[in-house]
Design a protein around this ligand. Sequence first.
Ligand code: SF4
Length: 224
Amino acid sequence: MTTSRSEAVRSSRQPSPLVPDRDCPLCPRLVAFREANRVREPLWHNAPVAPFGDLKARLLIVGLAPGMQGANRTGRPFTGDYAGDLLYATLLEYGFAKGSYQARPDDGLKLVGCRIANAVHCVPPQNKPLPVEITTCRQFLAANLATMPNLRAIVALGRIAHDSVLKPLNLKGSQAPFGHGAVHQAGRLKLYDSYHCSRYNTNTGVLTPDMFRSVFAKVKADLD
Ligand code: SF4
């Protein structure tokens, strides 16, 4: 990979805002799902979920999409479901967060040099966004990448998150195939792959907490 990060970000030329509008109309299937969820659960967030953490962070963590009972309910990424339990415990252990994670957006938890975003900002049915929805929503993720001046490391949680950051980084899949524990160079920036910290992956043994911790241990060592 010879393209520098700044060249990669410039070439993405994304004019999109960092956060989609609450009523973003771009994915008709997800809009219909969102509207149905608003009727069924009027007290839930039920809107695109904004990234969490400072734009000046050196680390960006990219997930798949809001979980129905997690971020879609609470409005903060990875907050309120099992994936958040493992992610925030790991971030606290490696100093990328401080405070106490209590699965509520008002728990006072702070991220330290770290920001969390999703490849897709609206909750998809069965947690499975369509390829066109992933492509459409990438503009917001790309805008975040282009607006983080100190960004040095990205942790992609799962293949969809990995694939979503390749284009903004000017990486091809053949240059940077997804694999748990893989590290890909994009100029001064490194992309670290991890299996997603979902309950399914941990229940089936695809991802153990130790495997997850090893990714963040590597990021921490590289950034320190
Ligand atoms: S997934 Fe992204 S692009 Fe699609 S409607 Fe939601 S915010 Fe808009």
